[in-house]
Write a new protein. Structure first.
Length: 194
């Protein structure tokens, strides 16, 4: 029995970005006011949040400070779709750099790999939120889901205390691995958006 090293965060982010960025690019301006599975966000706010996460977690990969104190409206720029794709590419590069997964990162001094998995989770579940809000389908790569399961289970108690995750949702026995992951974050994978 071999102990294989887990996939690198940069590789998983590259795979996740390949599924998420086309979804973001194809989001129509007419959809920006639509509700999302995240009660506090409409589509515009969700995209601005995701944009902010991408930019700040790039800094965290380099062990630099991140500023989550405000979320600028990056969608005010007519080229926001191009900018999102460019920033996501920079995020992948940052987490692919030597040493990105080593040591600790962020104000809470969490293990850098855990921090990288946080942005991987956001890029994955918020892509699902966006798809659900805009009537589209989204299925992440199974390798990304597999790479997140243990990390998400480990971070869930802290994330719930910090109100980042909701309470876990019960799912049926035939739920997929991704549906179980969504349920761990407090999302009902089979509910309709209001």
């Amino acid at each position: 029995m071999t102990n294989e090293a887990p996939p690198r965060v940069g590789d998983l982010l590259r795979t996740a970005a390949a599924r998420a960025t086309p979804l973001v690019r194809a989001t129509a301006d007419a959809s920006l006011g639509a509700p999302t599975p995240c009660a506090e966000y409409d589509v515009r706010a969700l995209l601005n949040h995701l944009f902010d996460v991408v930019v700040n977690f790039r800094a965290l990969a380099a062990k630099q400070p991140a500023d989550f104190s405000r979320t600028p409206d990056r969608l005010a720029d007519a080229d926001w779709r191009d900018h999102f794709e460019a920033e996501t590419g920079k995020l992948v590069e940052a987490w692919s750099a030597p040493g990105a997964e080593e040591g600790t990162s962020g104000a809470m001094r969490l293990p850098a790999r855990t921090v990288g998995c946080m942005v991987l989770l956001d890029l994955t579940v918020h892509a699902w939120d966006l798809a659900r809000a805009t009537g589209r389908s989204f299925a992440p790569d199974p390798a990304v889901v597999a790479g997140l399961v243990a990390e998400v289970e480990g971070m869930a108690p802290m994330a719930r205390r910090m109100k980042v995750f909701g309470e876990a949702v019960d799912v049926p026995a035939d739920a997929t691995a991704f549906e179980r992951l969504l349920a761990t974050t407090g999302r009902d994978p089979r509910a309709r958006v209001a």
